[in-house]
Unconditional design. Sequence first.
Length: 250
Amino acid sequence: MCEKQLLNKAAIITGSAQGIGKSVAQALAAKGANIVISDIDEKLSLETAEEIAKTYGVLTLSVKADVSKYDDVENLVKMTLDKFQKVDILINNAGITKDNLIIRMSEAEWDSVININLKGVFNCIKSVSKVMMKQRCGRIINIASVVGLMGNAGQINYSASKGGVIAMTKTSARELSSRNINVNAIAPGFIRTRMTDTLSEEQKKKLTDIIPLSRLGEPEDVAKAAVFLSTDDSAYITGQIISVNGGMYM
Ligand code: NAP
């Protein structure tokens, strides 16, 4: 198999200054893709873009964008086209949590999670699909969550947003397939990033006990699935939700 399967492809990864997004960016760069690191954290985004360019010898671009703002997303796509003249791969990764029990959840907690995790994915799909439709090819990969499939107490906003991402994956796969654009989602389980750092050791132990593979996931576990969905190895796969969860939900 060719080691540089994604040579000279242009990939946008949202929320990629750190965590799963950074790991996906590194894995795509290792396969030869040029990378657009986009995040709300401008400084970290620049550092990550420079680190990836240096490590993998690919071209990188850093663009500050809040995915919940359509103008930011349009600017992200414009800057990508200015540098790479195309968008081959979009990874919708930016996401947040603001957990609370239903009766305690504030309107602000609900709105911020829905605006970033759900509307943010819509904004990016809308803006990038205009480009991909003209190209008549493209790959869109949405980072959903096991919580969007099974629910989770204390996460009504987050589970609604990720369930919505799963539904949008299927709708956009149906709508864009005639232009050779594949749209899939990855539903990670509990992955060791800053997002899960807030869990206590006791909570992590409880989780590990219900995961058949007996460990939390690593960002690299998700990145490997994202590489597969970005290459021609997955050419006949669209509208699917790939679980990367150690078997915790089947
Ligand atoms: P993370 O370490 O917190 O990284 C997320 C990045 O997105 C951060 O750099 C964050 O910037 C950025 N971001 C936040 N709001 C943004 C916005 N409006 N526009 C653009 N970027 C924004 O999180 P992660 O664990 O890698 O999660 C990545 C994705 O995987 C999320 O969609 C998450 O829901 C999903 N996921 C994670 C897990 C897990 O266990 N970790 C499991 C299932 C699914 P700031 O630091 O400035 O906020």
